[in-house]
Design a binder for this molecule. Structure first.
Ligand code: F6P
Length: 342
C-alpha cells in the first residue's frame, strides 16, 4: 500500500511529529509513504519526496513542516482539480492523509465526493477552531509562546506604569486570546466572538488603576471587532480561500485607550512568533497520536474521516462534519476569564 501525506495552510508546531508518526506506523504495517510537497500545490504539480524512516529521523522536536506548505486551493486554480485527481492516480496512491485546518480539510472533504474518496484528515492549527475535536495540535505551543510573551510584557508594563495591548492570532476564534490571557493574567481580554465595547474596556482599566494598579495588560485577538463597526484597516486582497489578512486592531485599540483615558499605552503584535518554535510535549504527543491513528484509519479503509481528540481519547469523526462550522470560544471559559478583568 502506498500512502501520500501533505501538510497545507499555515504551518504550526506539531506537523513534523505527525509526519514521523505516519511514516513509522506505516513502516511497521508494511506500507510505503510519499510526502507531497507544499500542500495541495504538490499534488497539482506532482512534486513529491519519498518518506523513508531515515527521512523522518530527528524531526520530532522541529517546528514547521519538512514537507513545506502553501495556501493553494485546487478549486481556485485553472485545471487544479483535474490535475490533483490525475496525479493521485499517477502516483499510484492507495490513500491520502491530509494534514490541515478548515481550508485544507475543506478541500479534502470536497475531493472525497469529487473523485478521490480515499482521504483521511488530521486537524492542525494554532487557532484551535476546528469542530469535532477538543484540541488541534499547534495550539498548545502557540498558547505557551503567547503566555511567555505576556509574562515578559507584564514586567515592563509594571516598571513604566503603562498599558500594553498584546495582539494575538487566532483568525475568527478567540482561543489563543482567552487562554493566553487567562494563563498570563491579562486584565482585559477581547475576542472576535464578543464585539468590543470601548466604554467597558476603559471602565475596567480605570477601575484597576483606581485600586492602585497603575499598569494593565489588554490581550486582543486579531479578529476582534469594535461594537460600533470596524475601525481596522484590513488588506483588501483575499487569499485562495477567501480570507483577508488580519492584523492592526491592537494599534487602533491602544490609540483609542490613550485618547479616552490618557494612560500611556504601547502595543505589541506577537504575529508569526506564535506559529514558530519547537512543539510542546502536548503537541508532540497529540501529533504522534493523530499520525498513528490516521494510518490505522487508512489500514481499516475508514475514509472520509478525521482523527480527533475528545476527552482523552483519539477517535475518528466525519470529515464533512468537522469542516461545516468553526469552533469558536465557548461562553464558559470567557466567563471564567472575566472574573479577573479590571
Ligand atoms: O490560521 C493560522 C494563522 O496563523 C491565523 O491565526 C492568522 O490569521 C493566519 O494564519 C496568518 O496567515 P499567514 O501566515 O498567511 O499570514
Amino acid at each position: 500500500m502506498k500512502i501520500g501525506i501533505l501538510t497545507g495552510g499555515g504551518d504550526c508546531p506539531g506537523l513534523n511529529p505527525v509526519i514521523r508518526a505516519v511514516v513509522r506506523k506505516a513502516s511497521v504495517s508494511g506500507c510505503e509513504v510519499i510526502g507531497i510537497k507544499n500542500g495541495w500545490k504538490g499534488l497539482i504539480e506532482d512534486d513529491t519526496i519519498p518518506l523513508t524512516l531515515n527521512a523522518v529521523s530527528g524531526i520530532l522536536p522541529k517546528g514547521g513542516t519538512i514537507l513545506g506548505t502553501s495556501r493553494t486551493n485546487p478549486y481556485k486554480k485553472e485545471g487544479g482539480r483535474e490535475q490533483t485527481k490525475e496525479n493521485f492516480k499517477k502516483l499510484g496512491l492507495s490513500a491520502l492523509i491530509a494534514v490541515g485546518g478548515e481550508d485544507t480539510l475543506g478541500v479534502a472533504s470536497k475531493l472525497i465526493k469529487d473523485g478521490i474518496p480515499n482521504i483521511v484528515g488530521v486537524p492542525k492549527t494554532i487557532d484551535n477552531d476546528l469542530s469535532c475535536t477538543d484540541y488541534t495540535f499547534g495550539f498548545d505551543t502557540a498558547l505557551n509562546t503567547a503566555m511567555e510573551c505576556i509574562d515578559k510584557l507584564h514586567t515592563t508594563a509594571e516598571s513604566h506604569h503603562r498599558i500594553i495591548v498584546v495582539e494575538v492570532m487566532g483568525r475568527h476564534a478567540g482561543w489563543i486570546a482567552v487562554e493566553s490571557g487567562l494563563a498570563g493574567g491579562a486584565d482585559v481580554i477581547l475576542i472576535p466572538e464578543i464585539p468590543i465595547d470601548m466604554d467597558e474596556v476603559c471602565a475596567l482599566i480605570k477601575k484597576r488603576h483606581g485600586r492602585g494598579k497603575n499598569f494593565s495588560i489588554v490581550v486582543v485577538a486579531e479578529g476582534a471587532q469594535f461594537k460600533q463597526g470596524s475601525m481596522v484597516l484590513q488588506e483588501e486582497k483575499l487569499d485562495e480561500f477567501g480570507h483577508v489578512r488580519l492584523g492592526g486592531i491592537g494599534e487602533i485599540l491602544a490609540k483609542e485607550i490613550e485618547k479616552r483615558i490618557g494612560y500611556e499605552t504601547r502595543v505589541s503584535v506577537l504575529g508569526h512568533i506564535q506559529r514558530g518554535g519547537s512543539p510542546t510535549a502536548f503537541d508532540r504527543i497529540l501529533g504522534t497520536r493523530f499520525g498513528v491513528k490516521a494510518v490505522e484509519l487508512v489500514l481499516n479503509k475508514k475514509f472520509g474521516r478525521m482523527v480527533a481528540l475528545q476527552g482523552n481519547k483519539v477517535i475518528d469523526v466525519s470529515l464533512e462534519e468537522a469542516v461545516k462550522a468553526l469552533k469558536t470560544v465557548d461562553e464558559e471559559i470567557y466567563e471564567i476569564a472575566k472574573v479577573f478583568f479590571g
